[in-house]
Structures are given as C-alpha cells and as structure tokens.
Design a protein around this ligand. Structure first.
Ligand SMILES: [Zn+2]
Length: 170
C-alpha cells in the first residue's frame, strides 16, 4: 500500500491528541521505513515487478521482506514502537494506539500484496493480492485514495471542532 497508511495516522490523531501527527505518520510507515533500511543493508530485497493497467502487477522476482513485513516481526516492531511511545508519553492508551497504527500497515499491505512472509523465509506467505488483476488494481487505487481522504477529513473536522471549542472558552 502507499498513501492509505498515512490516512490511518490522520484518523488516529483525534484519539491520541497528545501524540504529534508526525509521530503517527512515521508509525504508519514504520514497516516500509524498516524495509528501506534492510534493503539498503542487503538483508531484504524488493520485488521486481511490471505494472500494466490491463492486467495489474506481474511479479518477475518476488520480494524478500521477512524482517520488515513478516508477520512475527511486524508484531514485534508494533510492540517495540508501543514501548518506545510509552517511554515518551507514560500513557498506556497512547502506547496501544501507536502499536496498532504500526500494525495497521501490515493489515493494509496484506490486502494488496500477493505474499507477505508468515515466517522468516518465503515458504509460507499471505496476501489477497489486490494488485494482481486489473479490477483489483483499480480497487486498490480507490481504497488508497479513499482511506487517505477519509483520514484527512476526520483529522480536519476534529481540528476545526477543537479550534471552535477553544474560541468559545475565551
Ligand atoms: Zn509496506
């Protein structure tokens, strides 16, 4: 997934007003940031793909991303992020929300990816693979934009309400 992850961060901000929006945006993309890091180190590699609107994404060489996007590591990264958030905010709710935002990345990726590793190799993978067909690719684009726009809307409406409330208090 792409921008949809950021939509989650925007939508969660009103639930954890203490946490900066930037922190939530980074949390929503943590797994991709880790993938970027692991790929730079040569531990993981991106898939070689071809994208055509007529038949979606065709995979030439599958990705190898068990450390950033494997199920066990995704759970661990989510817990680590929640723990770090706890050290900063000393708030259990904030910690849980940050963990959930990090893990939401995996859930959204499972919808579009053909195979995210379940373990530490590519022997068992999960993924609905929306990207892999023309209607699926179109659906994933609609979902991406839909999630981003609704997340931003939730955030903007919340900010406006908060500002109006503050004004009334003056
Ligand atoms: Zn990802």
């Amino acid at each position: 997934m792409g921008p949809a992850h950021l939509g989650v961060a925007f939508a969660v901000k009103p639930l954890t007003p203490k946490v900066s929006l930037w922190t939530l945006l980074a949390a929503s993309e943590t797994l991709d940031l880790l993938a970027f890091f692991f790929m730079a180190l040569g531990i993981e590699r991106d898939a070689v793909t071809q994208t055509r609107l007529e038949h979606g994404v065709t995979i030439q060489t599958p990705a190898f991303v068990p450390w950033s996007h494997g199920l066990p590591m995704s759970i661990i990264w989510s817990l680590v992020a929640g723990f770090i958030a706890y050290l900063f905010y000393r708030d259990r709710k904030v910690s849980v929300m940050v963990s959930l935002v990090v893990f939401s990345h995996w859930i959204l990726d499972v919808l579009v990816h053909p195979g995210l590793p379940l373990f530490f190799d590519n022997t068992r993978t999960v993924g609905l693979g929306l990207w892999m067909s023309r209607p699926g690719l179109i659906a994933s684009l609609v979902l991406e934009i839909g999630l981003l726009v609704s997340g931003i809307l939730v955030y903007v409406i919340w900010r406006r309400k908060k500002r109006n409330y503050a004004r009334k208090q003056l």
